[in-house]
Structures are given as C-alpha cells and as structure tokens.
Write a protein that binds this ligand. Structure first.
Ligand SMILES: Nc1ncnc2c1ncn2[C@@H]1O[C@H](COP(=O)(O)OP(=O)(O)OP(=O)(O)O)[C@@H](O)[C@H]1O
Ligand SMILES: [Mg+2]
Length: 310
C-alpha cells in the first residue's frame, strides 16, 4: 500500500512540470498561415487565427463542418508544420476507454503473478502489477505522456456517445487523466489537440466550453480554385476555374450529398488522367459520378447542370 501511495505522489502534477516548448510555437497568425501553406494546406477564413489561438492559449479546437472540407487535413498540416508527431484517435460507435486511453496488459500481469507465485505475498505482487510497466498506452495516454509534444487528433468525436465525451473532459481541461490504481497522470508535454465532428449529433455544452470553435464550410470560389490547383497543378487554369464553378453550381442544388473539396480534387485528377481540356456537357455527363454519389442526386444534377454546360 505504501508503494502505491508513493507512486501517486511521484506522479502529482507539481513534480512533473509541463514542457511548454514556446519557442517552437508560431509567433503570429501570419507565420502559422504561412507554415500551413508550406505544409500543403491553404487556410481560409479564420482557420489560421483559431489555430494560432489554440497553440497560444493551450486550448483544444473543435473543428466542425460538412464532410471533405479539410478538417482532418488541418490536424495533419499542423503536425507537419510544427514538426510534431500526429497521434490520431479515430472515433467510432462503442469506442471505450480501453481502446482510447489505456488498458492493463493482462498477459504480462499474469506472467508476473506466476513468476512470483512461490515466495511473495499478494500485497506485494498487486503493487507491482499495477505499475506503468504493465500499462498499454492507447492514443490519449500516449499523447499526453510523450516526451516530445505531439498534435493529438480526436477524429469524428460525434461518432462516440456522451459517456465517452465526459471521459474526455478531464483530459481536455487539465491535460491529465486519472487511473484508479495509479492515481493522476499529468501531461509530460502539452499536445495541441484538434477534435473534428461532422455534426451527426449535437456535442455537449461541457465539451464545447473547453474548446475553441472552428467552423469549416465549403470554400469560396477563389479559395477552392487555389486548393484544386495545388493538388492538380497540371490542370490548365481555365479548366480548373470551370471545374470549381461547376462544383459551386452543383452545391446550390438541394442534394443528399453535395460535393466536397475532396471530390473537386478527385475530379480534377480524373480530368487530367482522361486528358480532357474542357468541361463540356459530354465530359460532365461522363465524369459526374466522381462528384455526385447518390442515384437521385445524379438525375437532378444531370438535368440542371448538365444542360447548362455547353
Ligand atoms: N484548405 C485546404 N488546403 C489543401 N487541401 C485541402 C484543404 N481542405 C481540404 N483539402 C483536401 O481535401 C481532402 C479532404 O479533406 P479532409 O479529409 O481533411 O476532409 P474532412 O473534413 O476531414 O472530411 P470528413 O468529414 O469526411 O472526414 C484532402 O485530400 C485534403 O487534402
Ligand atoms: Mg476527416
């Protein structure tokens, strides 16, 4: 019992200071925007500003928006720009602590108990088997216990349930977690945390309160043109412009699934592969399945947009 208490004391946050690598953080919003661009991500609207505040205020960012508008990519670009490892937790229905936070390594614990079976008493073995050596760190624990600060991406948080969200609160506000057998584990380095959501369910107020908020929407025409040209530089500008104008027209319709930036990029690459130098009605009809992916949407788009193209 005494050994367990000692371990808790050693782990108290006061004795494990945060390693705030302030020098490696962006010095201004413009510097961060430039860094993201260099990493292949073109920030629009208030993206760079919110990301800058997050790094400086040590607050997580909740990034919401429709599918394929660059939520996940933002976290990847931040990691590239800051030269940090990206630790990713992909959320899904039924995700629990054992997969997200930590798990005891039961096999190793069992081997330890067997090895000590003869001599030692239960109390001593128990102290031993609930030590760090027997802990399997899952992404959240790995992120806060990494010696070097990382970027932590908690992707598609809306796929989990509210209990999981509640479990995250301690981590997001205090950068620490509590393991009943071990006590409080404070962060040894402070991660930059990004959570993404497709809005498939409303997140709790408690979670939102702890985060900065970034809404990513479909980009403006010029912004999307720049993104498409970045990903498909060989596509002539006139074609790329017509492509983003057409995609914008398609988004105006009341579709089940409007095309995202991801689909615009795919379409640009498809046109390049097929060697098309114009988007006329025939090319559009032939290739529209790259951007429209529901049967009812296809009919509507063919009728409204296909005919508008010459
Ligand atoms: N601002 C941007 N600059 C450069 N590329 C971008 C930008 N926004 C999106 N992209 C590109 O669009 C694609 C889709 O982005 P991403 O996967 O991040 O979307 P998402 O919002 O996470 O979608 P989902 O909700 O479906 O997961 C990626 O290939 C990414 O490179
Ligand atoms: Mg994503």
């Amino acid at each position: 019992m005494r050994r367990l208490r000692d371990r808790r004391m050693r782990r108290s946050p006061k004795q494990v200071p945060m390693i705030g690598l302030m020098d490696s953080l962006p010095q201004s919003v413009d510097a961060l925007a430039e860094g993201l661009r260099a990493a292949g991500y073109l920030p629009g609207g208030s993206t760079a500003l919110v990301a800058y505040l997050a790094t400086r205020l040590h607050k997580p960012v909740l990034v919401e928006g429709p599918a394929g508008v660059g939520k996940t990519e933002l976290a990847k670009a931040m990691a590239t720009y800051l030269g940090r490892e990206l630790v990713r937790l992909q959320c899904y229905e039924g995700l629990d602590e054992a997969k997200a936070l930590y798990e005891w390594n039961y096999r190793k614990q069992l081997l330890r108990i067997q090895a000590e079976a003869d001599g030692a008493g239960w109390a001593e073995v128990q102290d031993d088997i609930f030590g760090e050596e027997f802990l399997l760190a899952r992404p959240l624990l790995a992120a806060i216990s990494s010696p070097e600060p990382v970027v932590l991406l908690i992707d598609e948080i809306d796929k989990t349930d509210q209990e999981f969200e509640a479990m995250l609160l301690e981590l997001l506000s205090d950068f620490q977690i509590t393991i009943p057998e071990l006590g409080r584990i404070a962060a040894t380095s402070q991660p930059i945390v990004l959570l993404t959501s497709n809005n498939s369910r409303e997140l709790t107020e408690a979670l939102k309160r702890r985060c900065l908020y970034l809404w990513l929407d479909y980009p403006t025409l010029e912004h999307e043109l720049a993104i498409v040209r970045l990903h498909a530089p060989q596509l002539p500008e006139t074609v790329a412009r017509k492509l983003v104008e057409t995609v914008a027209m398609v988004r105006e319709l009341d579709l089940k699934k409007p095309p995202s930036i991801a689909e615009s990029i795919d379409w640009a690459r498809a046109l390049l592969l097929l060697g098309r130098s114009d988007i006329d009605a025939a090319t559009f009809t032939e290739t529209m399945s790259v951007i429209v992916k529901h049967r009812t949407d296809i009919e509507l788009v063919a009728e409204r947009v296909g005919l508008a193209l010459r």
